[in-house]
Design a protein around this ligand. Sequence first.
Ligand code: SF4
Length: 336
Amino acid sequence: MSARRSIIPIFVPHLGCPHMCVFCNQRRISGEQSPARAEDVRRALTDGLARLPEGTQAAVAFYGGSFTAIESARQEELLGAAQTFLREGAISGIRLSTRPDAIDGEVIERLKRYGVETVELGVQSMDEEVLRLSERGHTAKDAERASKMLKDAGFELILQMMTGLPGDTPERSVYTAERLAALRPDGVRVYPTVIIRDTPLYDMWRAGVYPEHTVEDAVELGAKIAEIFDEAGIPIIRFGLNPTEDLSSGDAVGGAYHPALGELILARRYLCRERELLTPEDRGRDVLFAVRRGRVSAAVGQKRSNTEALRREFGVRSVKFTERDMADVTVERLLN
Ligand code: SF4
């Protein structure tokens, strides 16, 4: 049996960020207020490891800021604090997240020296105008260059993209997903934009210059983007921000914040396939679909939204599902 895997996250909110991206308030996203130091790393690892069931393989992850843009002495302090745990085998690896313009030869050499295995790059968009309006401060070329350097150096590469940024359109997001897929990352995270209190984006939204990217927008677009990564064989690690107490209790004031966004997107992908199997001749009929084992609830949709949509759109009398051994996100129509 393979060992259980777990990640012990350490947030370095806004450490290293050269400026503020309009949508970001890392302190609110991560729920953390003060930047991490070596003793925080040691404490988080000691506490985190003590809580894990025996036999769990744990990695430490520095998330939340732009790790490799932090001044080098502080990077070494934080990475150094994890070294004893790594040497003793208490943790199996180190991962971190950073910006595309904070990767160069010196950084790569440092990350290798400290045994970092996985780097997550916040690319967010491959459209120059979207990057500019979001005040990212880097270009699409930076993302390409950094991805290539990291892959060539043997790191596991995870790319992050966003949808619904200022200036974004569904076409631009699809283009971003295609460009990211072409970079052959080991996985991607897709974060539809959430409007968080006390950010420049919040002000833009209140001033009426930024239109909200709704949950429905994110679901519709997310379903298309998921197809692109699936077809390229690139795993989608996550859709949507991790829910936190602060976000859920009022800091997320608008946009695509939903604790089960990934499930909504999966359900939408099923709905698209179900629609393809129905015609106007099905009016008044009882319909039976087969889906992969464990996927009936996704195929039915939250609060039966998929079956209701099919009844509305095609006038079918009933929609039922049965489970089979079949590929994920595929639907077969059965005779009943
Ligand atoms: S999105 Fe990333 S780079 Fe931009 S301000 Fe937030 S943590 Fe920093």
